[in-house]
Structures are given as C-alpha cells and as structure tokens.
Design a protein around this ligand. Sequence first.
Ligand code: 16G
Ligand code: MG
Length: 554
Amino acid sequence: MANYRTAYAFAREMHPKTEKADIQYGTAGFRTKANKLGYVMYRMGLLAVLRARYKNATIGVMITASHNPEPDNGVKLVDPYGEMLEQSWEGWATKFANVGDDQLESIIAEIIQEYNIPMTERVQICIGKDTRPSSPSLAKSVMDGVLALSGKPVDFGIVTTPQLHYFVACKNSKHAYGIPTEEGYYHKLVTAFLNLRSHQTNSCEGNGNYRNRILYDGANGVGAKKIKQFQERLGEALKIELYNDEGIGTGKLNHLCGADYVKSNQKLPNGIPIQPNVRCCSVDGDADRIVYYFTDENDKFHLLDGDRIATLIAAYLKELLEQIDIDLNLALIQTAYANGASTEYITQKLKVPVACVSTGVKHLHHKAVEYEVGVYFEANGHGTVIFRQSAKDRLKQAVEDSSRSDAQRNAAKRLLNLINVINETVGDAISDMLVVETILHAKGWDVQDWEATYTDLPNRLIKVTIENRNVITTTDAERICLTPPGLQDEINALVSKYNKARSFVRPSGTEDIVRVYAEAATREEADMLAAEVGQKVYEMAGGIGDRPEIPNNL
Ligand code: 16G
Ligand code: MG
C-alpha cells in the first residue's frame, strides 16, 4: 500500500513548499515567521506518523514559538515518553522540511526503507497549539500530513507545551502516568498538591513566613488561560492573582512580560503591580518556563531564577530522602549559564553532586535519567525532576514498611505525593510553581528566606554578531572554546584579571548571533569582562555591525 503517494499529491496541491531557503530543526524544533511554516507543518505531520509507526507508539506535535513574539511560530515533535525528539531524527526532520515537493515521495520511501517502518500500523498523533493567531491553520496543516499517511490525529486544541508532553506520556504508559486529558492533568497535579497542604499541621493560610498568595504573570499566553483551571480547583489553598491575560491576537503575547523578559531584563514585567516583598512569578508563552521575583521595600528588584528553583528543590528532596533514610542517588544537572554561586552552594553546602551539560532541554533531560533522582534546570527557568521507576518502587515499599518510624513513612508518602505534582516529562511552569509553593510552605519560608540561602554572583549576558556563528565551536559543555584558535587563551587571560570570574562564549541555537556570558565578584567586573570578551570575539571571529562597547561609567 504505497499510500505515501497521496502525501506527494496533497503536498503539491494543498501545502506546496513556499520557501527556498533551508530551515533547520534546532534546539527546540523549527521556529520562524508563521507565514513561512505551512508546508513545514504538513511535513512534520508526515514525519510524526512515520516516527509513531517506527516506535509503535503515540507521538506528539506541539505548535508554538515559546517566548518569541506573536508573528513567529514553530513546531516540535514529542517522543513516546513525553521527551524531546531523539537527536538522530532531527536530521530527518530537517531533510523533510527542505526537500522539494517532488522529492517528498522519495524521502518518505527512503526513511521507510532505512528503518523498515511497518506502514500498516494504526497510530495516533497528539497535536497541541499555543494561543498564537497563526496556530489553528498551522495545526490544520499538521493534521493534513497525519491524515495523508493514514495516521489518526488527536487534537488537544490550545494547551501548554508541558500538557502536550504529559498527554503523550499518559497514552504510551497506558494511563499509568495519568489520564491523557486536560481534566486528568489538573486532577493529578491538584490532588497531590492539596494532599501535601492538608498533611501539614499548620493552616493553609500560612506557615511561618509563608503566605499563600502569589502574583502570576501569564505572558498573555496559554499559561494565562490554563492557570484559571488551577485557580478554580485550588481556591483558598493558594490564592493566585492573574495578570497579563490579554486575548488571542492582541499582539501582546510575551510583549514586555513573561519569564524570558523578566530573566533577560531583570525587571518587573508590565502589568504586575509593585507590592513590596510579595512573591511574583512569570511563565513564558507556552508555559514551560518559570521565574520568581519580588520587589523589596526600597523598590529593588530581586530575581529568583531557574538556578534558585533547582537548588530549592534539590535541597528539599535531599532533606526528605534523609528523613526517610533511603539511599537514592540524587544529582542536579545544570548548564554553563548556572550562576557559580548556585553550583558552589549545592555542591559544598548541600553536598549534592552537580553535572554540567550543553544548553537545551534534551541535553539536561538525557543526563538526568542517568540518576535515580535527577533534578535539572536551566537558569532561564526551564526544568523538572525525573525519578526512576525503581526509586518510586522503593519509596512505595518504605511507606508500607512497618519496621520504619511514622516520621519516615510520612516523609516517604510526602515524597510520593510530590512526585505527582511534578511533570516529569519536561519542564512545566505551573507544575514547578506548585512544587516551589509546596516547599516554601513546608519550610515556612517566604521569598526573602529563600533568597538568603546564597548570594548570586553578578553576571552579564551580551550578544555579538559575527559573519558566520559556526566558526565558534566549543567543548566541555560549552565552557571551552575550540575555534577560532587562540580565542580561549584570550578569554583565560581576561578572566584571570577579575575576582571569582568566569566567562564563556557559544553560538546561539535559536538566533544568528554569539552569546557571551561573564560573571565576577562585582557588577562592574562582570560588565567589564563581558564587554572585553565580546570584543575579542568580534576581533577574532569575524564580527559585523556594532562592536561591543566597554561600559564607560566604570
Ligand atoms: C531553546 C531551548 C532552551 C535553551 C534555549 C537556548 C528547548 C525546549 N528550549 O529555547 O532550553 O535554553 O533554546 O537558546 O530545548 P540559545 O541557543 O539561543 O541561547
Ligand atoms: Mg517555552
């Protein structure tokens, strides 16, 4: 049954290739202007069916451009356990997107042959989209691709990226991970969260310094829509005040708000009122990232980013494991962007081992599964915790084990509940928020107590434009620059001039630029180091446009 011939006909008639320039399946899938993506979506529908048949599993397709502005859109494939598409298939995705319409038939035949894909297998493809006005028509293109190869599209409508990952994991686990519906998702997270609150001896209202009120910036996206489901279900247990919930198509998505804006600009987003020392959080446009922050009584802004969330969670998990008296290997996975102070705190003070990997969720996720309990977070606020099945089984045994003390068994119960609040498939802003709120409540902490655990080293991130960003290559989780030759020596010499300094450069995976990161003991030193390293990159790697300037107020 060579029904892939239909795919070719469909492509020519309904989804012809409109762009000449090649497009690449990058760190987080394809991302560009929405009006250039119709045929790419169609082809990803085709590829999703092929992947699903190869894996004999349900595959997901998420249409989103995350924190990018509204005219952009994007697409990424979700693998059977709810993880990102296996790297070895990214090349196929790129090929599928770039071949001419008349080559579609042969590339489909090629992949079928290469993997011996059974083409009669009945498979489902879960499709989700964010709130961009371009998303519905792009979702239709994906569905056409799925149908062209006789797959069954399951349309989840507007959902957060992590919800879509969760649905895929639920389906493939035959519902062991949860029920693959929105209701199933809310029920799982909220029930576990409320269980954890009611097990506390103190009231819901507060505990020590903790107050159960939070200001939530929805980035005018899907995170604003879906948080309402939580507001309804959580009621007084957690009072979430929603800001930035503009309608679809208003152009406000991620505009001067959202997690990426707050992290990059280190200031309050538009729309969040200034209320001294009140906990605030921002999610991004598809609600897979979150950062916390507050303004103090002197109007000073304080950011609690992904590193802070990671250390809070890892420390709490370690505490619970000690209470249960169970030996599970727990580690924290970070990237080079993690603040040096967070790494020092977690390794020296908490004695939790840290691994450093390259930027991008898939790298963190893959490393995290090497541990029984793997906590992973990027400084930008994307992260989660993954527990091995064997670890969950041992916790269940601990709850049943009558030779253990009540305190130990209760701690094991608590941890099992906490696992149900966590979306293990991928970073989930709302799930992460509920985890943070649980831990702060349990510890009786407010943001100031949380912030007091360690002091961030001042840091600066700048962009440098060069002719070809691929001339910069790196190794050692992006911390060492291999080419152009000599650049790393220059960076080392600059770093050695400053206290507690660190700097690295890497080509961006999402923009046509090079990123320079610098941290040092003082703000002035960090700013100066970033500018100096930026200048070296400009000089040695073919800089174009504006040369990075040394700050003149120093
Ligand atoms: C993507 C990645 C994110 C990473 C960022 C780096 C996923 C789902 N997202 O948004 O993890 O931090 O790219 O961007 O993997 P950059 O390469 O432009 O610095
Ligand atoms: Mg995102």
